[in-house]
Write a protein that binds this ligand. Structure first.
Ligand SMILES: O=c1ccn([C@@H]2O[C@H](COP(=O)(O)OP(=O)(O)O[C@H]3O[C@H](CO)[C@@H](O)[C@H](O)[C@H]3O)[C@@H](O)[C@H]2O)c(=O)[nH]1
Length: 462
């Protein structure tokens, strides 16, 4: 008998692909066939790193369609990439669906699209396929997207999404107010990129009206206000790999698992874990200040220095740095982060506050030192520091640098005051109970999976 067959379409960024493949894994465990539709470049990265190792198997597969850019073009130009995706991928997805339905006995029964790929929901509607959306970041940021037309009508932002004044935004009485500069699409290096992402926002808001389900990676304990503003948004919890021994799938870079043995040798609750996700870039001065700040902390640290993380070609450490730090500091190019954060020797997380990193730190009861870079990360920092009270932010000096002294001081303050850890443990308990068997987020996910299992195959005219 044919199985339900779901296509899931992530935006081509690390923080979108990992949780979306995790959703695919959950569906596969319930007998659903899942095809992850990546861009060609992402597909290659993912396949060459994790998928072949983890063995996708018969029910979970990854296929690719072009993003419209030439092979050699720079995908870190998010403005160009985002515009090109909007122009090219809808047609390519349609062609892919026709091919699958011709060749596979399991016809496509549902499309689940990342909200940043809202156009895919429109393709599904056109082809009369069932549809659902998933937002990989916080529901607070999604609420601001869904309210974008109202923000324009109220004169808070212009038609291109740019704030018209500095007044705090109150989306609802139950939600914390949002700084206009924390609207995620405004937090990019240049105006054209912000405007390109605002097109994505408008597309997502339109697509949201066409979906039967709207899944969010959050829980009532984390963002109750935003969830009550839009009750149709269904919190399914963080969607981590913790129930699969934290074996995350979908890495763009090869994990260096040797750091786990190094963590085993460190005293409990002693290590500073430092990682900035997949986009953060440092200039040389900032990179050196961070290096020396960690050295001055006098504590063991595990630091992820991603290839290409500095604007200069290779990260240059201060003279004699690696020798001075010796085995007290472990530097890797990519870590098995969920396993690292679950390790008992980790004391705190110096993070860029991407939503995945935020959730991974929260579910492991860790206090944070927040170092946001762009997009939603400033909003997430606000939740960590001012709403959950589980961390501290860094202050930049007059030249825009976070100094070694600031880093050393904040590490001491965070680890010297028990309140951060206590609050972090408290919120961890709440979130983990909502995702455990019988918890509310767990029930929501089960209901969604049941719905997927029951969809009958649609007739698609070719
Ligand atoms: O050494 C590392 C570093 C990271 N990760 C993983 O990579 C993912 C990174 O995701 P995230 O923390 O969200 O950061 P980004 O990759 O920067 O994520 C993008 O996507 C997120 C979800 O939309 C947004 O919240 C971010 O701002 C945006 O930059 C997480 O699952 C990490 O566990 C590793 O496995 N090893």
């Amino acid at each position: 008998m044919a199985k339900p067959h779901v296509l899931i379409i992530p935006y081509p960024a690390q923080g979108h692909v990992i949780p979306i493949i995790e959703l695919g894994q959950r569906l596969v465990n319930h007998g659903v066939k899942v095809t992850i539709v990546n861009t060609e470049v992402t597909h290659k990265q993912v396949i060459s790193n994790a998928l072949k190792k983890d063995g996708f198997g018969d029910l979970l597969q990854s296929v690719s369609i072009p993003d419209g850019l030439e092979q050699w073009e720079d995908r870190s130009d998010l403005c160009k990439l985002t515009n090109s995706i909007l122009q090219t991928m809808p047609r390519k997805l349609e062609e892919l669906i026709y091919t699958i339905n011709k060749e596979d006995i399991n016809k496509v029964t549902c499309i689940i699209a990342d909200d940043c790929m809202g156009w895919a929901i429109k393709v599904a509607k056109k082809l009369r396929i069932k549809r659902a959306a998933i937002w990989p970041a916080s529901v607070t940021t999604l609420a601001s997207m869904l309210s974008s037309q109202k923000l324009i009508d109220d004169g808070i932002i212009n038609n291109n999404g740019i704030p018209l004044n500095q007044e705090m935004i109150q989306l609802s009485e139950t939600m914390p107010s949002i700084k206009p500069t924390n609207l995620w699409w405004t937090r990019f290096e240049d105006l054209p990129t912000s405007e390109a992402f605002f097109e994505v926002v408008k597309e997502a808001a339109e697509a949201a009206r066409l979906t039967e389900w709207h899944l969010c990676r959050t829980s009532m304990d984390l963002e109750p206000g935003a969830l009550s503003l839009y009750p149709q948004l269904l919190p399914i919890g963080p969607l981590l790999a913790s129930n699969r021994l934290a074996n995350q799938t979908g890495h763009f870079w090869q994990e260096d698992s040797t750091c786990l043995a190094w963590l085993d040798q460190q005293p409990p609750c002693s290590v500073i874990y430092v990682a900035f996700g997949s986009f953060t870039l440092f200039n040389q001065t900032q990179f050196e200040e961070l290096a020396i700040g960690l050295e001055l902390s006098n504590r063991p640290f595990l630091w992820v220095v991603r290839p290409g993380m500095t604007k200069e070609t290779t990260a240059a450490y201060p003279d004699g740095y690696l020798e001075r730090v010796g085995s007290r500091g472990r530097i890797v190019s990519w870590a098995p982060q969920q396993k690292v954060l679950a390790h008992p020797s980790v004391a705190c997380f110096v993070s860029h506050c991407g939503w995945n990193s935020t959730l991974e730190g929260v579910t492991n009861g860790l206090p944070f030192l927040c170092w946001p870079y762009f997009a939603d990360q400033f909003n997430n920092e606000n939740y960590i520091c001012d709403i959950w009270n589980t961390g501290l932010g860094f202050r930049k000096d007059e030249t825009g640098i976070i100094t070694r002294g600031e880093i050393k001081g904040k590490v001491e303050q965070l680890l010297g005051e028990n309140t951060f850890r206590a609050k972090a443990m408290d919120i961890k308990e709440k979130v983990t109970s909502s995702i455990g068997e019988g918890g509310s987020a767990h029930k929501n996910l089960c209901n969604f999976i049941e719905w997927i299992q029951e969809i009958q195959c649609p007739r698609i005219d070719t």
